[in-house]
Design a protein around this ligand. Structure first.
Ligand SMILES: Cc1cc2nc3c(=O)[nH]c(=O)nc-3n(C[C@H](O)[C@H](O)[C@H](O)COP(=O)(O)OP(=O)(O)OC[C@H]3O[C@@H](n4cnc5c(N)ncnc54)[C@H](O)[C@@H]3O)c2cc1C
Length: 373
């Protein structure tokens, strides 16, 4: 029987960011990824936006980790020569209700100490983005973009350089607690495997509720069950009608269909948001929904040619009465699972937060698990 110190389930940006941190001071760190390659699920099906942290309630993990992650990602990109663009973002409003929501958003951003936020009127918006027509907007200078696979590959290199092992094609299908360890089994490249580990970190993304259930947790009672919330994107072909990110005020259950330039300047529209029962990455939406949404703040959209681009699936938790759910990052010692750490519901701003989550979980491991075992 193989033994390890720490097993991380899931080789997405979150599992790898945590592995990169833990591998600095610990031996026997393994990442198990069910796919043949790392980063093939949500981590590579997203907008690639480095969020400012304006959207999330003060004191939440989403606010704290995205604001910390925003600064860390720009530093990492500079240090490791990863392309990024700090484009800035406009969140636009075109009627009274939207303006009230914009003011609420501004207050939230200020409570979170997001730097450099300012209101713009119609003329100021036009001078920045001539194709955008809106009564008012919040300008957020710290929002930017990065290619998600550049971050995934950075955390991968940092992990393996510190002698941790990333084992792809390896799916964990059962977890048993035996004495002070966990016995994990499943299939690795089609062959059965079993390994024991003192610590298990569940970073299984869209499957993280199922992994928590494998360890014996009642995911419904704990509010850990994930709803799959898909979002499609369309691409504006050829033209580059905006330079910065342009968002409407947020609309449940996503952030609203927005315009996101990528590193090359090409502009994506999306994602929309709808619930699904299974995971696939086919674009299923009708382009009229996208045209109608975007026309509200970019009337010239009609003249641009658009085509289906990509989609992603959010690992969403059921919202509370205020319409919000925070990331779950929990050492489950109080539930009888010492050394078992769950990360569940790591939807947006998960990519932005990834380096900060790596640090946060590594500190949780050092203070709550390692020092106590
Ligand atoms: C449409 C969309 C747009 C988004 N836009 C942004 C954005 O602009 N900015 C931002 O900050 N965030 C954004 N996000 C959020 C961000 O993409 C996620 O928070 C982040 O990618 C989550 O990473 P992860 O590693 O937790 O999940 P994943 O990338 O899904 O990784 C989990 C991994 O676990 C593996 N796995 C699952 N079960 C098992 C098992 N039993 N055994 C072994 N391996 C297993 C999976 O194969 C997968 O590779 C967006 C998300 C979506 C869906």
């Amino acid at each position: 029987m193989e033994h390890s110190n720490i097993v991380i389930i899931g080789g997405g940006v979150i599992g790898l960011a945590i592995a990169a941190e833990l591998a600095i001071n610990n031996e026997g760190v393994f990442v198990f990824e069910k796919n043949k390659m790392i980063g093939m699920e949500t981590s590579s099906h997203n907008s690639g936006v480095i969020h400012s942290g304006i959207h999330y309630p003060k004191g939440s993990l989403k606010a704290r980790l995205s604001i910390e992650g925003n600064t860390m990602i720009y530093e990492l990109c500079k240090r490791h020569h990863i392309p990024f663009k700090k484009l800035g973002k406009l969140t636009v409003a075109n009627n009274e209700n939207e303006i009230i929501e914009l003011e609420r958003l501004m207050k939230n951003g200020e409570d979170n100490n997001v730097e450099g936020l300012k209101f713009l009127d119609r003329d100021a918006i036009k001078s920045l983005e001539p194709e955008i027509d809106a009564q008012r907007a919040i300008y957020s200078p710290s929002t930017g973009i990065v290619e998600p696979f550049d971050l995934i590959n950075l955390f991968y290199r940092q992990t393996v350089n510190n002698k941790a092992e990333i084992v792809t094609g390896t799916e964990v299908s059962s977890i048993r607690q035996i004495d002070s360890e966990y016995e994990l089994s499943g299939l690795s490249s089609g062959e059965p495997f079993t390994i024991r580990s003192k610590t298990v970190i569940n970073c299984a993304g869209l499957h993280s509720d199922k992994v928590a259930a494998m360890a014996g947790l009642d995911i419904d009672k704990l509010g850990y069950r994930i709803q799959l919330c898909k979002g499609d994107y369309f691409r504006i072909n050829g033209s580059k009608p905006v330079r910065m990110l342009v968002y409407p005020v947020p609309s449940f259950p996503g952030l609203g269909i927005h315009l996101t330039p990528d590193i090359s300047g090409a502009v994506k529209m999306g994602p929309n948001a709808y619930y699904v029962d299974s995971i696939d990455y086919m674009v299923e939406s009708n382009k009229n929904e996208f045209m109608d949404s975007v026309r509200r703040f970019m009337p010239s959209i009609d003249k641009y040619d658009i085509s289906p681009d990509m989609s992603g699936v959010r690992p969403q938790l059921k919202k509370d009465k205020n319409g919000f759910r925070d990331f779950i990052i929990s050492h489950e010692a109080d539930k009888g699972l010492f050394g078992f750490i769950n990360l569940i519901g790591i939807e947006s701003p998960g990519l932005t937060s990834s380096p900060a989550i790596g640090k946060y979980v590594s500190e949780m491991y050092e203070t709550e698990v390692k020092s106590e075992s």
